[in-house]
Structures are given as C-alpha cells and as structure tokens.
Design a protein. Sequence first.
Lengths: 678, 341
Amino acid sequence: MLPRAAAVFLLLAIGNASPQRPAPAVAPAGPVASLPTPAAPLSSRNASYRISARLDPDARTITGDEVITWRNVSAAPATTLQFHLYYNAWRNTRSSWMRERLLSGNTALASRPAEDWGWIDLTSMRVNRAGTGTDVFSRLRFIAPDDGNIEDRTVVEAPLEVPVQPGETIEIQVAWTSRVPRTFARTGAVGDFYFIAQWFPKIGVLQDTGWNCHQFHSATEFFSDFGTYEVSLDVPEGWTVGATGREVARRAHVTGRATHRYYQDDVHDFAWTTSPDYIEQRAKFEHPSLPPVDIRLLLQPEHEAQAERHFEATRAALRSYGEWYGPYPYGHITVIDPAWQSGAGGMEYPTLFTAGTRWIAPPGAAQPESVTVHEAGHQFWYGIVATNEFEDAWLDEGLNTYSTARVMEQAFYPHFYAKRYFGDFVPWVFKDLPLTRAADGNRMPAFRAVAKNDDQSTPTWRYWPASASAITYNKTALWLHTLERMLGWETVQRILSTYYSRYAFKHPRPADFFTVANEISGQDLTWFFDQVHRSSNVFDYSVDVFRSEPVIARGIFGDSGTHNYEAARSTPATFHTIAVVRRLGEGIFPVDVRVRFETGEEQRWRWDGRDRWKAFEADGPSRAVSVEVDPDRVLVLDVDTTNNSASLRPQGRAAATKWSLAWLIWLQDHLLTYGFFV
Amino acid sequence: MSVASAFRDGMRRVHGAPMLLAGMCLVTLLVALPLSVALRGLLAAQFARSLVAQTAAAGVDYQWWQEFLGQTAGLGATFTPSIIGFGAVLDNLDALLDNRPMAGTIAGVTVAWLVLWAFLSGGVIDRLARNRRTRAHGFFAAAGTHFWRFLRLGVFVGLVYYVLFSTVHEWLFADVYPVLVRDLTSERVAFLIRLAGYVVFGAVLMFFNVVFDYARIRIVVEDRRSALGAISAGARFVRGHSSLVIGLYMVNGLAFMTLLALYALLSPGAPDSGIGLWSVLLLGQAYIVGRHYLKLVFYASQTALFQSELAHASYTAGPAVEWPESPAAESITNAGSSVVF
C-alpha cells in the first residue's frame, strides 16, 4: 500500500495543477500575471523556461525564442554554460548519434533523402544578470565531452566572463531556428502530424563536479533540471495541440493561425504535438486514496474505437503505481496516439506521453495496453524521480519495465502472443500462447541473446548501441523480479515507495537506490547488486547427473577375522538417489535443489550456488522421480530453464514427436503453397 | 461447357481417382517426413530429460519455445509459434506473397517436391484427362513420357516466376509501395494500397499461371513435344476462352478460400495430449488432404474445360502407354513358333 506519510507530503505539496485547484480555463491569452499563481515548489525549479515558438508546416521549420531562468544549485561557480542542441543529431551522418546508429548496423536512417534531415541553429544568445546583458553568441563553441567527435553539434558551450556563483540566478535569452526532421528518435513529422520533443536549446545540469551535459547518443535519452515552463505555440488555426502541462490560453489570429499557451510547474522537459487530424476525448481517473487525474486523449481517427482501451490502461498505471509507489501529483495527463509510421510512439515526457496502437488491434494482443501502461508509468520513474538517463537509464527504464509487467499481469491478464502477416498489417492472436510476466513481461528472450554485452554499471551512453535497451530495460526488470521473489513483494514495494518518496523531484544515482534497498530490506544486498548490476555475469544453473537406484554394495563386508567378499549386497527397499547440479554461468546465486520421490514426498537442499557443481545424495525407501534446481523459479535471470530439471520418466521424446508432427502440417502446407507454381 | 460444368466435371474426375488423391498426399507426406524426423531429433535433444517436456507434451510451454529458438538455427529456426493451427497457413501465404526468403533446408525440400510433382503431374493430368483407370503402370508411364517435356517447361516457368518475383514484386513492394505510403499517416489507407499491390501482382501471377497450366494440359492431351509450343498453345487457348478460363480460375480460387476459411474456423490451435492431440493432427491432415483435393480439382476442371472445347470431348491424342513386356517375354515373342522349348 501507499506509504501514508509520502502521500500526505506529496498531496500537500502539489503544484498549480493540483486537483484541489480548479483547472485554468482556456481563455484568450493575457499577461503572465494571469497564469496560475505558482504554488509551493515541489522541485528545485532552477531551470525554468519561457518559450515562444512558431511552426511553419510548409517549410517544416520552427522559429523560437526563449528565456531560461537558471540558478546555480551546485557548490561551484559556473565559468561556462552548456546547452543541448538535440536536433543537430540528425544534421548529418557524422554526428555521434548517427555514427552509433551505423555502428549498430542500422543503415536505413543514414540513407534518408534531403528533406528528412533536421537541424537546429542558434541565432542569438544573451546572458542577463543584475540588470545588464551580455551577448555570448559570438563566443559559442560546439563541444564533445563524451567522445571528442568534433563533428558533433549536439552540445554547445558559452564561456562566461564572470562566473555564476552558487545560488546566483541568471537569465539566458536564446533565439533559434530549427528544421523538423522526418521522425528520428521519436521526434519529427510525417505528413501533417508533428511530434516535437527535445526541440529547444536546453541547459545542461550543473553538478558539484561540473557540467553534466552529454552529447546526444543513439541508445540514451535525457537529463535536465526541474523548472517551470510557460510555452506559447503558434500553429495553423484548427490544428489540435497537445503539450506538457495545461493549456491556459488560446488566441486565433487573422492570419489563419492560432497561439496556444501551456503552463506547467515542476517538470524537467516540454514536448508538444500538433495535427489537424486528432480526435480529442477526455476521461477522469478517480481513486479513494489518490488524487484525481484528468486524462486527455488525442487519438487518430482510425483508432477511435480504441479510446476506452487507452483510458483503461492509463487508469491502470495511475492506480497501480499510485498505490504501490506514491501519488501522481499533477492532476492531469495527456495521452497521444501517434500517427501511423510517425515513429513517435512509446515515449514519455512530463505530464504527456505517446502510446501506440494499430488500425487492427485485436483484444488479447496487449496493444495498446502494454505501451500505454509503460509510458504512463514513466511519469513516476523519469518524470517525478528524474534520474540521469544518459548515465543510469536502467534506473527509470528498468524500474518501469518491471512495474509495467506487474501491472499487465494484474490488470490485463491473460494477453497472448500475436504476429502480424502480409506486410505486417494483419494480426493473428495465438490464444494458446499466453504471455507470462517472468519471461515476456521482463523481456527475457531479447536479454538472453545479448546478456554479456555490457556491465549494467557502465554509463548507458557507452553501452553497445545494438544491445543497450536489453541491458537497460530487460535486465533490470529481470533482476528486480528476482529480488521480488527473493525478498517478497511487500519488501520490494516498500523499497520502491521509499525510493520514490525520498527522491521525488530529485536526481538520484544508483547508489541511492542501493542504499534504500539495503536499508528497507534490512540486508546487505551488495553481493546481489555486484552480480546483477556491476557485472555482465550470466546465470545458468542446470541438472547434470540424476540417478535413483536400489542400494547394491560390492566389496568386503564384516569385521576383522570375518572379512567376506560380496559381489552384490543389497539393502532391502532402500534407494540411493544422486543429483549433480552445475553452475554453467558466471553468476552466483543461492538456489534450492528439490528431489521428488514416487511416494509424492520431496527433499530440498539449499545450495549457495558458488562451486561449479555440487552433488546431492539421499538414501530412502522410495525411488526418486525428478529433480529441479531452483524449483520455485526465484532466479528469474536464469537464461536457460529447460536444463534446470531432470526426470527419470522423461517425456522429451513424446513432446518432440508431438511438436514435430504439428510442424509437419506447417511443412506440408508450405509445399502445397509453393505448389502454386506447378 | 460452362464454368460450373467444368468445375463439377473436375470434381467428378477427381472423385473417380481416389488413389490419385491418396498417392499425391502420400508423396507430399514422404517428402516432408524426413525433415520432420530431423526436427524431432532437435527437439528431443533440447528437451532431454527436462521436466519442461511434460508441459510441452501436455500443452504449450512458450517459455521453453523461446529458449529453444534462442539456441537453434537453420531447420530449428523454422519451428516458430506460427506453425500452430491456422497460423501455419497465414505464415506460408505471407512468405509467398511477401517473397520472404526461406531456410536452406526448407528451400531444398521445396525444390525437390516441385521437381517430383512436375514428374508426377504428367501422370496426374493424363489420368484426369482420360477419366478412367490407367493403373499404376499407365500412370507412371505417362509421367515418364511427359517428364522431360515438363522439365523443359519447368525451366522456362521457373525463369518466368523468378523474373516476376525479382522484378515485378520488387518493383511493386520495394519501390512503388514505399513511395505511395511515405507520407501517409493512416494505416488503413496504407493497408488498402498494399492490398491493391497484392491484387496487381496476383493478377500478373494468375495470368502466367493459367497459361502454364493449359500448356501442361496441352502437352498431355495433345501429346505435344515442344514446351515452348505448348506455352504458345496455352496462351492461345487462354486468349480464345478468356472469360471461361478466368471464371474457372476464380471458382477454383473461391473453393480454396472456402477451405481456408473452414480451417480457420475449425482449427483448434495448439495440440495438447491424448485425444486432443490426435484430433488436432487429424484435422490438420484433413486440411492437407483438402488442399491436395482442390489442387487435383484445379487440374481436372481445367483439363475438362480444355477438352470440352475440342472437336471430340475427352479426346487425348497420346495412346495409352503400354507397360513394356519383360525381356524374357520379348525374347519369346521374337523367337517365333519355330523354337521348341
């Protein structure tokens, strides 16, 4: 259950969008004073933005200007300012983002036509402090703090003549023009559909050790400080706009355009979308002990019949995450159903996320439910507990994948394996193949293939690009599920809720999570985190030898003076059972070994799992029938569970016969299908 | 002869040749069986003595299945969940329509089956054209007589289909389709465009398919030696009787779609154990028999249509092939009556 103290704290501290406060009505735009009065801050609010942007759909450009109000919250003076210019990742194939994509074998993006590329160019930058402004535009220089790639333009630095002292606040005025690409990394446009994210010059995070302002990498996402966002978006009139925060004003112009103003406190990013095609629907999330949430859904017309599925999945996430970890404090959330082939689906932004579904989405196939739950869940792990996704992406993606699988199991079970045919359009749901949380929810198959590619503790931006997601999402979900089976859900739930309440609106690091886990579990779990986080060890326990036979001894029997040789001496009704289990992987984990006997009795041993093998022997009146290592499947990380057991009445041949006969029908049908040619 | 009459006549001819149906089913089974046995070996090795085999024997263990797929390649990689029930049909149709590459072992057995079928189809068409029993020796003699003609025809046919898939299919689905859907934001519209692509490509395939079908029929019925001449004759027949030919093709296609729909409705999915297992396997085999039946009806109805347009219905130019006597009997005959034994 929700920790009461955390809930009360968060509810009391809810910002301007609190459900206790009436939502600002959409009205003609007025001065900033008409905006909601800022409530007590939930976050440091040290990087706030006032942005005005104009979208030109014909040229696919955005022209914008912004004022960043930035406070140095570090202990050291800032001698420079660093900014992300994410859109430059798609300027050309020499950016670090594109090079990493090419490294992972994805060459399709690099061969796009001219109109698909994007860029962002700064046109001015001034720093205002104590009533004086300094033009720093001429001193800007691109830097590549991660890989030294001088052709990468995703980070720009402005040297300051006078350092910004700890606690000092400055204003930075920036103007820019950008070209909206055809979607890369879930931001861009296709047709009249625009999803605009990571689109404005964004200041990095200054820490005591210096700037944390990574280049844009193909396998990582983002990191930034909390603040207040006031954003005016100028788009063609009649186009629906969805964005982070609430719309506080809308004004139509005689030019056939309209300006939409959005406002949100205590968030660390701002994304928006616009399209003339959206259908808008609204619903509400209500719960006896959680704050209500207004849900706004912007839906593609061809998905209109799936509106309730989106709402239900969003409610399931808000309910489960709210009950398990803590309340969702913003009072509103916007769900975006992206256009087909927009590439914008399945991405999270504060108070807004993109889901993703298909025109034909049969029930039971978990689409759009799974992605909706996952992205709604990111409001908690990423939106509120704002970890550094460049370095520790597993902390939000992994926790969220684990949580998503739990929600799916509870709210949408069963759901089934589905495959699409004929150009990936026509789905077929295999009702015989229910998806399990342990394997499918945690995404074991994808992890299994790349399990050794990286230590999870390696900074995420340095992961091998092609397998980064499996190490980030899948591995974390698998080890958290293992932890749940090891410590019990109640303990893991308390770990996560404590971590949530302690680090809401902060930037925790892995050590913070581990500290909470040790503290709440009352155990030193370092050995576990060493295995699963600080190494690339793979877990694989197996049964090797397994016999259970009547006890027949041979040799010399009797005392001194009566030594008799016996070729076969049997002990009546006694069976000797031996099971040798092996550790095939490098990972070490304590496991149970269970032997079952013909009488239905069973015997268990506990093995610390350290040696490469261990023999377990038992003498008893009954013959053994089976042995299993880790019979309760505590070690969800075990990459091969088929070898975890052995039976003295094996049915492998029967199963193989059955499935080869089923496959035979497929092959006969295949031959007859190609028989079309004769 | 009307389309309906030709189709009914075709069905009657196939009904009159039950051994033909049984034999063709047996051929397909025998070609497929060795790979099935090989796969069984792979699966049995993976299961070994594991308790997982019990759940896999009693039903489906999807987790095991994923582990198996994670450790296998080649033939084993074709053992995907798509083999279950109607998924198998979708998977194979999808592979054909989207020109998906197939595993080497599967490609090998497919080519072997096509060559074998090409050999046997001479006997099949001969039997269906004569519409009377020819017995095994007559069947195989006809198959042998026409095999080299069919092989020559097959080389040409293979070349045409290769060109169609490597150029027309490639052009439609790798060049035109992406351009047409590039800026679409509606999946429904994109699907309709793809569907239109399938129709266009299907029409092209159908045209060549039907010409080659009548070429085969004319080789057998008119005892033609030239494969190219037969193609030309087949094309002439199609052009001269286009509405009947297309109508009959459509009726046969409809029968095929009906069979698929029935299997989709009745297919119980994954086999469990005991009676459930055998009912799934038997239903699957019944579907396979149904497909063989429809393939023979296709041949038979087209043959009936062609023969109905000849001056003498049911005419076959080639004489029934006599099984050669044994060398001993021939020697006796040659020796004449003067020889005393």
